[in-house]
Design a protein around this ligand. Sequence first.
Ligand code: DGL
Length: 289
Amino acid sequence: MHGSDTGKAKFNKIRSDLQKMKLEKQQPVGVFDSGIGGLTVAHAIKKLLPQESMIYFGDTVHLPYGDKSEAAIQAYSVKIADILVKKGCKVIVIACNSASSAAYELLKEYVRKDIHIINVIDPMVDLVLNQFPGKQVGLIGTKRTVQSGVYTRKLAEGNKDVTVHSLATPLLAPMIEEGFFNNQISHEIIATYLSDPTLQNIEALILACTHYPLIKKEISSFFQDKLAILDSSEVVALALKHHLEKEGLLNDQATGQYHFLVSDYTESFEASAGLFFHETVHLDKHPML
Ligand code: DGL
C-alpha cells in the first residue's frame, strides 16, 4: 500500500468511527423497496418496534425490480441509500428481495461501516438452517431473485444439507398490487404456479418476495395447510431489533413517526400502499437524482 493509500484508509476509519459515534437512538430506521410491497416489512417493524421512527422509500419510478438487471438495481439502490443516509437514518433495511439479492454486498461497501444494512435474505436463511436442516425447501420469488441463486448459495454455505427448489413467479406481484387476491383469478394463477413439478415434494416454502404475505393463506391452502409457509417480514423485524439492541440504538422512549416517500406518486400507489401496510398511508413524492 502507498503512503497516501494508508493515510486515506486511516482517514476513512476515523471518519467512519466518528459518524458511528454520532448515531442516536432517536434517528429513524430507513427502509426501502422497489415500490410499496416492502410495506409488509415496514408493517412488521412497526408492530414489533412501535417506538421506532421510520423513513420508507419506494422506488415507484423504476418498479418492478424483479425484471431488471443486477446493474440497474444496484444503481437505484445506491441512490436510495444516499437519500436515507442524508435523511439521518441510523440503519437501512433493504425490504426488497430483488434489491437484497442484487445490491446488498455493494451497499455494504458503499455506506461502509457508517450505517448497518439489513437485507431480507440473511434472516430467512438463518431461520431455514435452524428449523429445516436436511429438508427439501421450495422458494418462489421474482426472476431477479431466483436467477441470482442467492438463497441457494447462502443455504449451501450453512452446511445443513438443505436442498432448495426455486421457481420464478413473476405474475404474482403485479396481480397482488392490482388487488387480485383471495378471489378466483388469484386462486387459479397461484395454483398454476404451485403445481409446477419444481415444487413437488417440498417440506417448506420460502416466500421470497415482499408481496407474497398477502397471499400466504391462499398458498397455504393450496398445500392443504400441511406445509410451512415462510414469510420473512417478521424475522427481518426481529433481526433489526437485535441489531439495535446490540448497538444500544433501540428507541425505547418515543412514539414512532412515519414518513413514506416514493420516487413517483400516483393515487393508485397510495391506495395499494394501504393494502400492504394494513392502514391508510400518505405517500410523498421525493425525486431520485
Ligand atoms: N419488491 C420486489 C421483491 O421483493 C417485488 C416487486 C418488484 O419486482 O419490484 O422482489
